[in-house]
Design a protein around this ligand. Structure first.
Ligand code: TXA
Ligand code: MG
Length: 322
């Protein structure tokens, strides 16, 4: 049985973490599945519960910037500038790791990804646990990340010790991941801290070429990701399909309101802003699966600001099955 905890019961959740258990908790990006990054049994339990390939490294979550030097070494001054500007918040820094972080956490990489969530419940939990907490997104490997505790339980009920049941995640897409281990800083994954914001701090920020992000630098990005059961299609505006050909159940999500085309879609979600689109996407995917939708048509957005992260997730979701 997975224990359901109220946010005010975070001390109990911290206690479970300190005793080697695994607990799902809210963050401002998506829900995470936490375990002590220094305990082999806790890390094994995370990989097991998610069905996660062991070559996909985990992000270590910290409650206080003082803990950074416990986990990382050779910290460049850029790391501190970025932390001043964006932490706590949806930014993950990849830095050379110290031995206290298990190889199992980093998939044997010499680096570790660290992040300081801004979410109040997450911060209280991390400070009370007073340990580096490894936490991937709290979903079964390959499914869309969970933005609500109900979605966490859909995927992981009975497979994890507890879940802190808080509100839906505000951002809805995973954190921006930046690699600070080489002379040129690189964005490995786009998120709510945007390329524009990062370049305002350090003009030389590069974005990982797709080839790069699928190989050594961010092993997680080569795995199947963010996909609902329904086929996802990325399109500009009104998608064309021959309605008479096959009796498909279709859904639409985008900035254009296709309600006038109601007869073509079983489900339509029009979002007023890119932020709302990003916040709704994973939950919409799950909702479509629950309604046995066959095809989800997702409208493309401009690749600027949060639009870059959204387009990245949409492209991954739209990748044809291998
Ligand atoms: O917003 C988030 O980052 C959420 C919440 C829970 O904090 N977490 C999350 O974790 O999205 P996960 O495991 O789903 O994604 C972690 C990403 C993967 O793409 C992984 O490859 C990358 O971070 N990563 C982790 N450690 C790394 C490392 N040492 N070097 C390069 N990439 C790393
Ligand atoms: Mg994930």
């Amino acid at each position: 049985m997975t224990l359901r905890l109220e946010p005010r019961e975070y001390l109990q959740a911290a206690d479970i973490l300190r005793r080697g258990g695994i607990v799902a908790f809210p963050t401002e990006t998506v829900y995470g599945l936490g375990g002590d990054a220094t305990l082999p049994s806790a890390i094994a339990a995370i990989f097991e519960a998610k069905g996660r390939p062991s070559d996909n490294p985990l992000i270590v979550h910290l409650g206080s910037p003082d803990q950074l030097t416990d986990c990382c070494r050779q910290i460049p001054s850029l790391a501190y500038s970025l932390m001043d500007a964006f932490c706590p918040g949806p930014l993950t820094l990849v830095l050379p790791k110290k031995p206290i972080i298990l190889d199992r956490v980093t998939a044997s990489l010499p680096s570790v990804a660290v992040r300081f969530p801004a979410h109040e419940t997450a911060r209280k939990l991390l400070l009370a646990a007073d340990r580096p907490i490894a936490a991937p997104s709290a979903n079964r490997s390959g499914s869309p990340s969970a933005t609500r505790w109900e979605a966490v339980l859909e995927d992981l009920d009975g497979r994890i010790d507890a879940v802190l049941c808080d509100r839906a995640a505000e951002i809805g897409l995973e954190s921006t991941v930046v690699d600070l281990t080489s002379p040129t800083p690189i964005i490995l994954r786009h998120g709510a801290i945007t390329l524009e914001q990062l370049r305002a701090i350090e003009a030389n920020f590069a974005t990982a070429a797709p080839e790069l992000s699928t190989t050594v630098n961010s092993p997680g990005l080569r795995h199947r990701h963010y996909q609902p059961r329904a086929r996802v299609y990325l399109c500009e505006s009104h998608p064309y399909f021959d309605r008479k050909k096959e009796p498909m159940r279709r859904a639409w999500i985008g900035l254009t309101d296709l309600s006038p085309d109601r007869d073509r879609f079983a489900l339509i979600q029009a979002c007023s802003t890119v932020d709302e689109y990003a916040r709704s996407l994973y939950e919409y995917f799950r909702h479509c699966d629950a309604l046995q939708i066959d095809e989800i048509y997702c409208q493309a957005v401009t690749e600027a600001g949060l639009g870059r992260a959204l387009m990245d997730r949409l492209r991954r979701a739209a990748q044809p099955p291998a």
